[in-house]
Design a protein around this ligand. Structure first.
Ligand code: 6CS
Length: 346
């Protein structure tokens, strides 16, 4: 695992070399780093972003996409955006919690809806996200451009998990946000945060007993190869943000470029929603074919209820971590989700 000192050094060294490259390159090259590999949901987003920006700017702007592994861990990518060394990155709440605490609301179990249409509506339009949480991002020199869902997060494990008691002594890999640690502690597991790139090896070497991710990622990162079970507990949807450098957005872009960027971001909402749905469906079939002996378990409503009840401790921790403003964000989001669910069922 990269140490913090090494990671900080690594990000700083990258910032210097990327800034030097930017100086030599055309001024209007936009760099977009994603937290996933080529062929992923985030890659589909970034590639379509590239296509639209290059087309709409008539070739005046070029976009370079950096897949996971080329510029460091998720935390490194966010740091590179704050330093202005790259212009865009995915910054998923599961990794962003130590920088923007309140975004961890998206790691509170059983908060988002089982209706992904409702989630999509909230993630694209929510005043809580773009006004309130947006301010927390600004404080860290980040502009929150958009949020989108990447699919239901499914457990892959080396044992059958049907109740919080089954998690006793179970080392569950989580992303690094403290709220995820609190979530899996509340479920009765022993959470083990680590970067994405270390998960396959961790499962293979039995340093961890399981991990949790959307289906497309379980397929492309080959986590199913080193797992015996896939378990649907309905606890979480994977969400991500796309961020840019706040000063660059406000001061360096021309009005025309800013309008172009905003229009591309707005245009991509429907596109990425369909892509994630399609990728998750197709990749499940691929997994079934590649490993027919993998056991697939969908927890019953009763079994899910036990995890939901246990997770109330994690909700309390979220409020302890974020105080009154966190409680307000949690309450507002819950009512926005309920309203979106009503609309989605009409
Ligand atoms: O588990 C993770 O760390 C990662 N999972 C996905 C699906 N995207 C990015 C993130 O870093």
């Amino acid at each position: 695992m990269m140490t913090t000192i090494f990671r900080t050094w690594f990000a700083a060294a990258l910032a210097v070399s990327l800034a030097a490259a930017a100086g030599a390159a055309k001024a209007d090259e936009w760099k977009f780093a994603i937290e996933e590999i080529s062929g992923s949901v985030q890659d589909a987003y970034a590639q379509e972003f590239k296509r639209l920006v290059e087309e709409k700017s008539g070739g005046d702007i070029t976009v370079t996409v950096y897949p996971y592994g080329t510029l460091g861990t998720s935390a490194d990518l966010t740091e590179l955006v704050t330093q202005g060394a790259i212009q865009f990155a995915n910054a998923s709440p599961g990794h962003l919690g130590t920088l923007v605490q309140e975004i961890q609301v998206f790691s509170v179990p059983y908060l988002l809806s089982q209706s992904n249409e409702a989630n999509k509506a909230v993630l694209t339009e929510s005043a809580t996200i773009y006004e309130q949480l947006g301010k927390d991002f600004e404080e860290k020199d980040l502009k929150l451009l958009t949020m989108y869902p990447e699919g239901e997060m499914v457990w892959t494990t080396n044992k059958e998990i049907r109740s919080p008691a089954d998690f006793d002594g179970f080392k569950m890999r989580t992303m690094v946000s403290p709220m995820l640690v609190a979530a899996y502690e509340s479920f009765g597991a022993s959470p083990t945060p680590m970067p994405y790139g270390e998960v396959y090896g961790g499962l293979q070497l039995k340093a961890i007993d399981g991990q949790v991710n959307p289906i497309f990622a379980i397929e492309e990162m080959k986590f199913y190869e080193v797992s015996d079970y896939m378990i649907w507990a309905g606890q979480q949807q994977f969400t991500t943000t796309v961020v840019t450098n706040a000063d660059w957005y406000a001061a360096d872009l021309s009005d025309e470029q800013r309008t172009l960027l905003d229009s591309v971001i707005a245009e991509l909402n429907d596109y990425i929603f369909k892509v994630q749905q399609q990728y998750n469906e197709e990749r499940l079939e691929k997994i079934k074919k590649a490993k027919p002996e993998l056991k697939m378990i969908r927890l019953s409503e009763e079994e899910r209820a036990a995890f939901k009840e246990a997770s109330m401790e994690a909700r309390k921790k979220f409020v302890e971590m974020t105080g009154e403003s966190g409680q307000k964000i949690l309450d507002q989001l819950e009512s926005e989700i309920q309203a979106a669910e009503k609309n989605a069922s009409k």
